[in-house]
Design a protein around this ligand. Structure first.
Ligand SMILES: Cc1ncc(COP(=O)(O)O)c(C=O)c1O
Length: 486
C-alpha cells in the first residue's frame, strides 16, 4: 500500500480498520483456546480505559512522569507479596512480556557472572527442554550457551538430578518453570533451589504462566507446589500480568531477591551526544499504558475479584481434563493443575483434529514433537489454554472435540518422516534458497505465503523436520511474509 494522498474521515478510517480484521480469530466468543486471556467485559473495559489514559505517556523517564514510576513500584510491591517475597527486599522491573522479563533475567545473570566469576568466558545456562523458547532467544541474543536437560516422560517436570548432571564450571544459571507452557507441568522448584544453593548458582523460576494464578489456586484450596521467591535458592522470577492477571498485552514483571543481581540488569549510556539513557529493560521509549492498566485493574478487581476469575478456570480445567480423557483416542499429557492442557493421540493425526476444530469454529493450538537423545520422542500434541471466558465454553468444546476426532479418522495419518527422507535428499539444507524453500513448502500445500485452510500437512512437515531445518524453513517463510510490495 502507498500512503493515501488524502486523508479520510475518522469513521471511514475506523471502518477500514474493522474490515482489516475480518479474517482474524473471533476470540470474543470464548472459542479460542490460545493467545487471549479474557476477564469479564467490565474488567476488560476498565483496563482498556486506563491503558488509553496513559497510552502516550513515555515510561522511558521516571522523573518526567512520577505517576508512572509510582504505579510501577506499586505493581512490583503487589507482585513481590503475591510471590512470597518480602517487598522490602525485592527489586524488579515492569516489562513488556514474558520474553522481555526472561531476557532481563538472563542478562542480569550473565553480567553478574562477569563481575563475580570473571574466569568464565563462555557462560552457560541449564534449562529443561520444556522451558519456554524465550530462554533460547535470550541465549541467542546474549551469547550464553544452553545446556538442555530432559524431563520426566510421564509428568513432564524437570528434576534437580537432571540439572545437577549438566552443571559445569561455566554454568551461571539454572532455570525451572512453574509451570511450562507446553504441558503445564511444574518443575521441582524446591529441589532445584536446594541444588542452586548448594552449588552457589543463580536460579530463575519462569512463573510467566503460573506466577499470578498458582497463589490464587492455593488460596482456593488446590494442592500447589512451592515455587516462588520464598523457596530457598530462587534468585529471580518472571511473572506475566498479561496472561492470568488479565492485563492488556505488554505487561510482565521480573523480580530479584538480590539487589546486586538486579543492578546487572540496567543499561546506562552516557557516551553519546544526546539525553541521559538509563534503561532497566530492553525497551527504551515505551508506552505507560500497560503499567497504568495493570495498576488500575489491580485496584478494580482486588484479591476477591481475582479469586472470582480463577475459581471457574480451576474447575473448568478439571472438567476439561476428565472430558478429554473420556473421548476415545485422546489422552491428556501429564496432569496439569494450570489451565494449560496438552493432548496426544495414538489413533488419529492430531493435526487433523486441530483442522476439524477450526471447521467447527474452535481454535486449539498444534504443538510439535521433539526427539529425545534416546531416540524416543516428546509427542506432537494439541494444546488448550483456558481463560475466564473460554472456561465457560468447555462443555461445547468437548462436544466439538469428540466430533473432530471422529472426523479426523477419515484422514490417514501421513508418515511425513518417511516421505521427508526422499524429499530432503534433493535439498541443500545449509543454503535453503528461495526455490528450494518454495518446493519444500509446495509439498505441504503452501503456495507463496498463502497458507491453506487445512494446516495438517504443514504441521506434519514441521513436526517431522529436524529442529534446525524446521527453523530454516520457518525463517525463510517469515522473511517472505513481511514484504513492502503493494
Ligand atoms: C511459561 C512461559 N514463559 C514465557 C513465555 C513468553 O511470554 P511472552 O509471550 O509474553 O513473551 C510464555 C508465553 O506463553 C510462557 O508460557
Amino acid at each position: 500500500m502507498k500512503l493515501p494522498e488524502n486523508g479520510i474521515s475518522r469513521e471511514d478510517a475506523l471502518a477500514r480498520l474493522a474490515k482489516m480484521r475480518e479474517n482474524d480469530l473471533h476470540w470474543r466468543d470464548g472459542k479460542t483456546f490460545a493467545y487471549v486471556y479474557q476477564p469479564t467485559p467490565e474488567a476488560e473495559e476498565v483496563a482498556k480505559t486506563a491503558y488509553g489514559e496513559f497510552l502516550s505517556e513515555n515510561a522511558l523517564d521516571p522523573t518526567a512522569f512520577p505517576s508512572v514510576m509510582a504505579m510501577e513500584n506499586d505493581v512490583l510491591a503487589m507482585a513481590a507479596a503475591h510471590l512470597g517475597g518480602d517487598p522490602a527486599k525485592v527489586w524488579g522491573s515492569f516489562t513488556s512480556g514474558g520474553t522481555e522479563s526472561i531476557i532481563c533475567a538472563v542478562k542480569s545473570a550473565r553480567d553478574h557472572a562477569r563481575t563475580h566469576r570473571p574466569h568464565i568466558t563462555r557462560p552457560r545456562m541449564i534449562i529443561p527442554v520444556t522451558a519456554h523458547a524465550a530462554f533460547h532467544k535470550a541465549a541467542h541474543y546474549l551469547c550464553v550457551e544452553l545446556d538442555l536437560v530432559e524431563v520426566d516422560p510421564e509428568t513432564f517436570g524437570a528434576s534437580p538430578e537432571a540439572l545437577a548432571a549438566a552443571i559445569t564450571d561455566d554454568t551461571i544459571l539454572l532455570v525451572g518453570s512453574a509451570p511450562s507452557y507446553a504441558h503445564g507441568a511444574c518443575d521441582d522448584i524446591v529441589g532445584i533451589g536446594a541444588l542452586a544453593k548448594e552449588r552457589g548458582l543463580l536460579f530463575h523460576v519462569d512463573g510467566c504462566m503460573g506466577g499470578w494464578m498458582l497463589p490464587l489456586y492455593k488460596k482456593l484450596g488446590a494442592d500447589v507446589p512451592d515455587f516462588d521467591l520464598s523457596v530457598p535458592g530462587v534468585t529471580s522470577i518472571s511473572m506475566d500480568l498479561h496472561k492470568y492477571a488479565y492485563c492488556p498485552k505488554g505487561a510482565s514483571v521480573v523480580l530479584y531477591n538480590d539487589k546486586d543481581l538486579k543492578a546487572h540488569q540496567i543499561f546506562s549510556c552516557s557516551n553519546w551526544t544526546g539525553y541521559t539513557i538509563i534503561n532497566p529493560t530492553v525497551q527504551s521509549t515505551k508506552s505507560a499504558g500497560p503499567v497504568a492498566a495493570a495498576w488500575t485493574l489491580s485496584q478494580y478487581l482486588g484479591l476477591d475479584g481475582y479469586l472470582d476469575l480463577a475459581r471457574p478456570v480451576l474447575e473448568a480445567t478439571i472438567a476439561a481434563k476428565q472430558g478429554i480423557n473420556e473421548i476415545p483416542g485422546l489422552r491428556v499429557m501429564g496432569d496439569p493443575l494450570m489451565p494449560l492442557i496438552a493432548v496426544v493421540s495414538d489413533e488419529v493425526d492430531i493435526f487433523h483434529v486441530v483442522d476439524e476444530m477450526k471447521v467447527r469454529g474452535w481454535y486449539i493450538q498444534p504443538q510439535m514433537g521433539l526427539r529425545r537423545p534416546d531416540g524416543t520422542r516428546y509427542r506432537e500434541n494439541f494444546h488448550l489454554s483456558l481463560n475466564a471466558t473460554s472456561a465457560k465454553q468447555v462443555p461445547g468444546m468437548l462436544v466439538a472435540l469428540r466430533e473432530s476426532v471422529e472426523a479426523a479418522r477419515a484422514y490417514p495419518k501421513i508418515d511425513m518422516a518417511a516421505q521427508l527422507q526422499t524429499m530432503l535428499a534433493g535439498f541443500d539444507l545449509e543454503k535453503l534458497s528461495d526455490d528450494a524453500f518454495g518446493d519444500l513448502m509446495g509439498m505441504a500445500g503452501v503456495q507463496g505465503t498463502n497458507l491453506p485452510e487445512r494446516m495438517a500437512a504443514i504441521n506434519g512437515l514441521l513436526d517431522a523436520l529436524p529442529p534446525q531445518i524446521a527453523d530454516k524453513v520457518l525463517t525463510a517463510f517469515f522473511t517472505n511474509l513481511n514484504h513492502a510490495s503493494e
